[in-house]
Design a protein around this ligand. Structure first.
Ligand code: ATP
Length: 137
């Protein structure tokens, strides 16, 4: 079965909604395979966000991800990559559909970064790459 990396970003952990977010993913039928709370390092984030290097939001994004603990999880299930992204909603929480994690809980804090609570891998290749970064091979 497929697996994906889910991160609950520092905004979600600070707001004490990690459990509520994980519960929604489980409720949809996906299985929690690994779970941990971590303080990311700049090195891990530079690897994780390599594709965004040079973009205007890159440095603020890395700083935001260093601003507090992150919950990292591996979820498994049929089409979990697509399913989680659908559950998360679109990037901007202001316009993410109600019923999605970002649409229901998200806030736009008016900063340089979309503080949008969660990250989910976007392809099987990204999932394996990102799981390696956060959990080791
Ligand atoms: P999605 O692919 O659903 O948009 P994502 O988390 O994969 O979500 P990316 O495009 O990979 O989004 O961007 C990574 C993160 O960078 C976003 O989740 C968001 O926090 C931030 N981000 C992306 N685009 C912008 C932007 N234009 N302005 C500010 N922050 C952004």
């Amino acid at each position: 079965t497929e697996r994906t990396l889910v991160l609950i970003k520092p905004d979600g952990v600070k707001r004490n909604i990690s459990g509520a977010i994980l519960a929604r993913v489980e409720a949809k039928g996906y299985t929690l395979a690994e779970l941990k709370k971590v303080n990311a390092t700049r090195e891990v984030l530079e690897e994780h966000y390599a594709e965004h290097e040079g973009k205007p939001f890159y440095e603020p994004l890395v700083e935001f991800m260093l601003s507090g603990p992150i919950v990292a999880a591996i979820f498994e299930g049929e089409r979990v990559i697509e399913g989680f992204r659908s559950l998360a909603g679109t990037t901007d929480p202001t316009t993410a559909a109600p019923g999605t994690i970002r649409g229901d809980f998200g806030r736009d804090w008016g900063t340089a970064v979309q503080q949008n609570l969660v990250h989910g891998s976007d392809s099987p290749e990204s999932a394996e790459r990102e799981i390696g970064i956060w959990f080791g091979k």
